[in-house]
Design a protein around this ligand. Structure first.
Ligand code: HSE
Length: 300
């Protein structure tokens, strides 16, 4: 490590919440939302400190085990640098463990902060490499891709890791997120999935996922049909019956509603001012699509 490797001043990143799957696009499709964590990091002479305010304050660790710190360490390894110490301040707006990409936001924040703290970090790690690393830490690319790139993303994994393309979502689309009190673990929700699925269900989802790309990027009237899924939501319903009930109820009213990521939040699409009705007992967040993704700079 050279003494000139790091910026002397703190860097700040803003990272968006994300909703993955969007119904049929399991582990592939994702949308960035206008709800954010903001994290400031600086290199210090030694030790690690993490201050958390907002969502997760009091629950999240304040040492090396904090996910932002772990992601920073992995990114510094790739960049070939080792800071003596780190100090972080996290102002979290993304509800934790609700299927809104809080862990992906922490991972992307850590990678972008590490890259921003190294003087020529952006030249040494481009967004494609950052996405590969983020996916390697998270285990699936459908939240980290929209978190990093913003907008609507289609992600896939090949021999060299994750890749993604970003598409501009139709501006008439208004995502509304319903957030329950209950938390959910992605590992538990993934464990509920079968090892194999009927060919007819795979074919059903392939058609719906293709239609969803069309609907989200210019034909939102097709969103209701495009958000049908047979690959994950029903298998997970027993683990979050209140979520399955809300999705069924909204869909019964003609609203294109899906489980957000692995749940238990629900994502519904409003179009042209027709927003879904409020639901008692759920925190209802009318949002927009974030079109920027992870953004370095600004104030903590
Ligand atoms: N595609 C992932 C899953 C998203 O459904 O398990 C987790 O947020």
């Amino acid at each position: 490590m050279s003494g000139m490797a790091f910026l002397p001043s703190p860097v700040v990143v803003r990272v968006p919440a994300t909703s993955a799957n969007l119904g049929p696009g399991f582990d592939a499709l994702g949308l960035a939302l206008t709800l954010y964590d903001v994290v400031e990091a600086r290199v210090t002479g030694g030790g690690v400190s993490v201050e958390v305010s907002g969502e997760g304050a009091g629950d999240l660790p304040s040492d090396e085990s904090h996910l932002v710190v772990r992601a920073m360490r992995r990114a510094f390894e790739v960049l070939g640098e080792r800071p003596a110490g780190l100090a972080l301040r996290c102002r979290n707006g993304i509800p934790q463990a609700r299927g809104l990409g809080s862990s992906s936001a922490a991972i992307v924040a850590g990678i972008v902060l590490a890259r921003g703290l190294v003087t020529d970090g952006a030249a040494r790690m481009d967004d494609a490499a950052a996405l590969v690393l983020a996916d390697a830490i998270e285990g699936h690319p459908d939240n980290v891709a929209p978190c990093l790139l913003g907008g609507f993303t289609i992600a896939w994994t090949g021999e060299r890791g994750a890749s993604a393309v970003r598409r501009e979502p139709d501006p008439r689309i208004r995502p509304v997120v319903f957030v329950p009190e209950e938390r959910g673990l992605t590992e538990t929700a993934r464990a509920a999935l079968p090892k194999t699925v009927p060919h007819a269900d795979a074919a059903f989802n392939a058609g719906r996922a293709a239609l969803l790309v069309h609907a989200l990027t210019g034909d939102p009237d097709r969103l209701f049909a495009a958000t049908e899924d047979r690959l994950h939501q029903d298998y997970r319903a027993d683990g979050m019956p209140f979520t399955a009930d809300l999705v069924a109820r909204l869909r019964g009213e003609g609203v294109a509603a899906v489980v957000s990521g692995a749940g238990p939040s629900v994502l519904a699409f409003g179009v042209d001012g027709r927003t879904p009705p409020p639901v008692p007992g759920w925190r209802v967040l009318p949002l927009d699509v974030d079109v920027v993704g992870a953004r370095l700079g600004g104030a903590a």
